[in-house]
Design a protein around this ligand. Structure first.
Ligand code: ADE
Length: 286
């Protein structure tokens, strides 16, 4: 399972990168790509099975990989993750906060438990990872962080919790970029649109027609690939992006520029028209 990156094959030689959610989907592709460019990659996720699988694939391809089980929502587990990575590797050059998750639901039926789970995993988990990376290593040594958004620029009907959390991550990315510039730490984000990744398979069958409609609404008329997201992440981690911080790159085939994902059925429930001009109002009343 060799990975063909567009970048120079010794780009990250001798360096260590931590990828959360590195066992599957986009995280797996990033792990493969970084390893193919000479990095040692540490994969972290909540469940071990896919971490072992991906780390084994990478080693079989001649790369260097290890894994740590960690729930990014748990402060102590995040602290223990960094203790271990730094004890074993001595340094951390970059962090990819890819782990996250959500489920499809209209906002009005999202339970408090479900809301909290999504916000804590995506937003709080990303914050905890960034904070420990900075405090334990990057403040003294610099580094690069890439966070994961979704294409949520005009809201995200059907995933209110994730879109709110990701909008929070986008703002966090900008804040950290400024606060941590003094230490030579760059913080950026990527915002994938519709990507043909293993994560898509987890959505229920009922959502399939919506996904097909989404593809038709993308100006480039196809889904993106995991490799196309990975390449943007690798670019942001690389010296080619040395002057880029606080930025979010959309990888969406133009989808955020024009989109119709949420059919609003015909209804007569618009609030009554408002006019501040009394005379006009009189006209309407009579
Ligand atoms: N992937 C999805 N949710 C996660 C979590 N809470 N911790 C680590 N990886 C995850």
């Amino acid at each position: 399972m060799h990975y063909r990156s567009i970048f120079r094959n010794d780009l990250f030689s001798g360096q260590t990168y931590l990828v959360t959610g590195g066992g599957t989907g986009i995280g797996r592709a990033v792990a493969h790509e970084l390893a193919s460019l000479g990095a040692h990659v540490v994969l972290a996720a909540r469940t071990e099975e896919n971490l072992i699988k991906t780390a084994t694939e990478i080693r079989e391809a001649g790369g260097a990989a290890s894994h740590v089980v960690c729930n990014i929502r748990e402060e102590e587990q995040v602290a223990a993750l960094f203790e271990r990575v730094l004890a074993e590797r001595g340094a951390l050059h970059g962090l990819v906060n890819n782990a996250g998750g959500q489920f499809v639901s209209p906002a009005e039926t999202i339970s408090l438990k479900g809301w909290r789970a999504v916000v804590e995993t995506n937003l709080t988990g990303t914050f905890l990872m960034c904070r420990v990376a900075f405090n334990r290593h990057m403040e003294a040594h610099g580094g690069a962080i890439v966070n994961m958004l979704i294409e949520m620029w005009r809201g995200f009907p059907g995933m209110a919790h994730s879109a709110a959390a990701r909008a929070g991550i986008e703002n966090l990315t900008k804040t950290l970029a400024v606060e941590w510039a003094r230490a030579g730490v760059r913080v950026n984000a990527v915002a994938p649109g519709l990507i043909a990744s293993s994560g898509l398979d987890r959505y229920p069958e009922a959502v399939r027609p919506m996904i097909e409609q989404n593809v038709r609404d993308i100006p480039l008329k196809r889904m993106g690939t995991e490799a196309e997201v990975s390449a943007a992440i690798v670019f942001l981690l690389s010296p080619a992006a040395a002057f880029i911080t606080g930025e979010s790159i959309r990888i969406d085939g133009g989808g955020s520029l024009w989109r119709k994902t949420w059919e609003v059925a015909e209804h007569g429930n618009a609030p009554a028209e408002y006019s501040g001009y009394l005379e006009e109002k009189k006209l309407v009343d009579s």
